[in-house]
Write a protein that binds this ligand. Sequence first.
Ligand code: FES
Length: 160
Amino acid sequence: MDNEPVIVAFCCHYCAYAAADLAGTMRIQYPDSVRVLRLPCTGKIEVNYLLAAFERGVDGVIVAGCLEGGCHFQEGNLRARRRVERAKQLLTEIGLEPERLEMFNLSSAEGTRFAEIVTEMNARITKLGPSPLRRSQDNTEQAVEGLRKQAEQAIAGVTS
Ligand code: FES
């Protein structure tokens, strides 16, 4: 349905992605509005990448990285937090609610926490309503697939 939110979660391979996997294995229920995209580290996130997600019509974006002090690339998650804050400023400047974007830190063992984060963001985005940049559901899903391909390329660049 066109009025269901679409939320992209950029998840670090080492923590949030594993936590999402764990939530699935534990059969913990969470809203299906979230599309999980795996990154090698949240430090790979650029401000432009975050803004592109909104430009392509997604309603909300989660960036989920390792706990502070736990990033496998030393300070990737700290860099990501600074970029998220910068992207929030830019969202405000273009008239989009900065609450549509949030960064979280969690460990790979926190499947329940992952589900809570998604539930919290889903409630927040539902309350805000669809993004004014929202396209049709099909176009938004296509855009998410484009973002997924970019994320997979980032993973391949690290693991190949
Ligand atoms: Fe997980 Fe950097 S390796 S945020």
